[in-house]
Design a protein around this ligand. Structure first.
Ligand SMILES: Cc1ncc(COP(=O)(O)O)c(C=O)c1O
Length: 472
C-alpha cells in the first residue's frame, strides 16, 4: 500500500482479459478478468499451467507472455487481500494468544487422546465451586432470574459487594455509584482501560505480570510500559525504578497484589510508595486484586484505595474466579470513583450488556455471610500445597523458587538448567507430560522462569514434582 492508501498492482491485459498481482503484498492473491474476480494465486497458477505447462519463471514475465500484453502498474482502491480473504485488523497482529490458556488447551487436547497430562498451567484450582453457592445460582435460574440486569449490576449484588468491601477491606463505598458487576476481572480491566486511556497513552505494569495485561492495554489503544520487578527485591519496585518509568504519556499504573506470577503481596510501604508516585504525576492506579483472599503466613491484603488520598484515583478489580474456584461463572466487580463507574457502565451496555443475572445472584449469596468452613478449609489446604511445592522445588538441583506470599503460583527459576522458558516448558510437556507455563510471555524478565499452579490435587502435585525431577 502506498502513502495515499492505494494498492500497487502489477497487471497485464489482452482484450477483455486482465490479470493482476498485488505487488509486495499478498503473493497468493491475484485478480483476473475485468478487475472484479479475485482468484487465489493457486487458481491462477493452475490456469497458467494449463496454458503454458510448467510455471517456473517469474510470475510477471509469465503473465506478460500469457496475455501477450505489457505489464503495467495500476492503482487500486481498497485493501489488500491476505490469505485469500480481506485483511484482519492490525491489532490482532499485535495480540498474541494467552500463553496460559494456550498451554492449558494443548494439555486438554493431549488428555482427550488419553495421554495422562498433569496440567499445572492455568490458574484453576482442583476444587469445584462450593455447593452452597452453586445452589443459590441454580435457585435463581429455576425461579426465573434469567433476564438481563442493569448494566451496572443488580442492586442486591452491589449491596453485598459494598458490605464485603466495608467488612473485609476497610472501604466505604456507595453501591449505586462506586461499584459495578463485571464478567470477571478481565472484563473489569477492559472497561477500566477503555475509560481512562486513549491512543498512545502509557500504562506502567510490573514485569513479569499477568499475561493478559499487555494484550488488553494494546486492544484499548494504549502502550504497555513494563518495569522490571527484581527477585533481589522480592519482586517489587523501588521508588526510583517506578519514578523513572513515568513520562508525559503515562496515565495509569496497573498493579497486581497478590501478584501473578511472583506471589508477592504488597506491603503498606510498597503501596505508599506507589501512591506517592501516582499522586505526584496525577495518575490512575488499577489494582487487580483477584487473589486478595488468598494470602499466606497471616499476611493481609491491603487495598491501595485505603491509603490517604488514593480512593479518588484507584480502580479496584476483584472476583470469584480464584478464591471460590468459580472461574467458569465469569463474575466479579469493580469499585472506583463515580466518574469511572459511569463511563464503564456505558461501555458495558455496548459490550456485554451486563454480567450474568443468576451468576450475580450466586455471587451475592457467597458474600452475604461469613465464609463457610469448607471454603476456609480449602484456603488453608491451598496454603499447604503452595508451601509444599516451593519446598520441594527448592530441593531439586538447578531449580529455585521463593515461597509465594499469596496467590497460588510457584514462580520457578530455571536459569541454572541453561534452558530458556519456552524450551523448558515444551520439553516437560512433551517428555514428562506435565504442563507448566513458560515465563517469557509474562515479560522480558520471565525467560528464566516457568510458572506452576500449586492448587491442584495433592496426588497430582506429588506426581508432578516427581516428573519435574525426572525431566531434569
Ligand atoms: C492477575 C489476574 N487477573 C485476572 C485474572 C482473570 O480473572 P477473571 O477470571 O475474574 O476474569 C487472572 C486469572 O486468570 C489473573 O491471574
Amino acid at each position: 500500500m502506498d502513502d495515499d492508501g492505494d494498492t500497487d498492482v502489477l497487471s497485464a491485459s489482452s482484450g477483455d482479459n486482465k490479470i493482476a498481482w498485488y505487488e509486495n503484498l499478498s503473493p497468493i492473491t491475484a485478480v483476473h478478468g475485468p478487475i472484479t474476480k479475485i482468484f487465489e494465486f493457486k487458481a491462477l497458477l493452475e490456469l497458467a499451467q494449463q496454458r503454458h505447462g510448467s510455471f517456473k519463471q517469474n510470475f510477471a514475465e509469465k503473465c506478460t507472455n500469457f496475455l501477450q500484453g505489457p505489464m503495467e502498474k495500476l492503482k487500486m482502491k481498497g485493501t489488500k487481500m491476505e490469505n485469500g480473504v480481506p485483511p484482519l485488523a492490525q491489532r490482532i497482529k499485535q495480540t498474541p494468544s494467552s500463553a496460559t490458556v494456550r498451554i492449558a488447551d494443548i494439555a486438554t487436547d493431549l488428555k482427550s487422546k488419553d495421554i495422562a497430562v498433569l496440567d499445572f498451567s492455568a490458574g484453576r484450582a482442583a476444587e469445584h465451586s462450593p455447593d452452597y453457592i452453586n445452589q443459590a445460582a441454580s435457585q435463581a435460574l429455576l425461579t426465573g432470574d434469567t433476564h438481563q440486569t442493569k448494566a451496572q449490576g443488580k442492586h442486591d449484588y452491589l449491596e453485598m459487594v459494598a458490605r464485603k468491601l466495608e467488612r473485609e477491606n476497610n472501604l466505604s463505598l456507595d453501591p449505586d455509584k462506586s461499584i459495578m458487576a463485571t464478567m470477571g476481572c478481565k472484563n473489569g480491566l477492559t472497561l477500566a482501560l477503555l475509560a481512562i486511556i486513549g491512543p498512545g497513552d502509557e500504562v506502567i505494569v510490573e514485569d513479569p505480570c499477568f499475561v493478559s495485561y499487555q494484550a488488553t492495554i494494546g486492544v484499548c489503544g494504549g502502550v504497555t510500559v513494563p518495569v522490571p520487578i527484581r527477585r533481589e527485591n522480592r519482586f517489587r519496585w523501588t521508588h526510583a525504578e517506578l519514578e523513572a518509568a513515568v513520562t508525559e504519556r503515562t496515565r495509569c499504573i496497573l498493579l497486581c497484589s497478590p501478584q501473578n506470577p511472583t506471589g508477592t503481596v504488597h506491603t503498606e510501604e510498597d503501596l505508599d510508595m506507589i501512591a506517592a508516585v501516582a499522586q505526584k504525576h496525577n495518575l490512575w492506579v488499577i489494582c487487580d486484586e483477584i487473589y486478595e483472599r488468598v494470602t499466606w503466613k497471616a499476611r493481609e491484603h491491603i487495598c491501595l484505595a485505603t491509603r490517604p488520598g488514593m480512593q479518588e484515583r484507584t480502580i479496584g478489580l476483584m472476583g470469584f474466579t480464584k478464591t471460590f474456584s468459580m472461574g467458569g461463572w465469569r463474575i466479579g466487580f469493580m469499585y472506583a470513583p463515580e466518574s469511572i463507574i459511569s463511563a464503564a457502565v456505558i461501555f458495558q451496555q455496548h459490550l456485554m450488556t451486563c454480567a450474568g443475572s443468576f451468576t450475580q445472584a450466586g455471587a451475592a449469596f457467597a458474600l452475604a455471610e461469613e465464609y463457610r468452613p469448607e471454603v476456609m478449609e480449602m484456603w488453608v489446604d491451598w496454603e499447604k500445597r503452595c508451601d509444599t511445592v516451593a519446598t520441594e522445588i527448592n530441593k531439586i538441583p538447578g531449580l529455585s523458587c521463593l515461597p509465594p506470599e499469596g496467590g497460588f503460583y510457584a514462580w520457578i527459576n530455571i536459569a541454572e538448567t541453561g534452558e530458556k522458558s519456552e524450551a523448558f516448558a515444551e520439553r516437560m510437556l512433551r517428555d514428562q507430560h506435565i504442563a507448566l507455563v513458560p515465563g517469557a510471555p509474562f515479560g522480558a524478565s520471565g525467560d528464566d522462569y516457568v510458572r506452576m499452579t500449586c492448587v491442584k490435587s495433592w496426588a497430582d502435585l506429588h506426581l508432578g514434582l516427581t516428573r519435574i525431577r525426572q525431566g531434569l
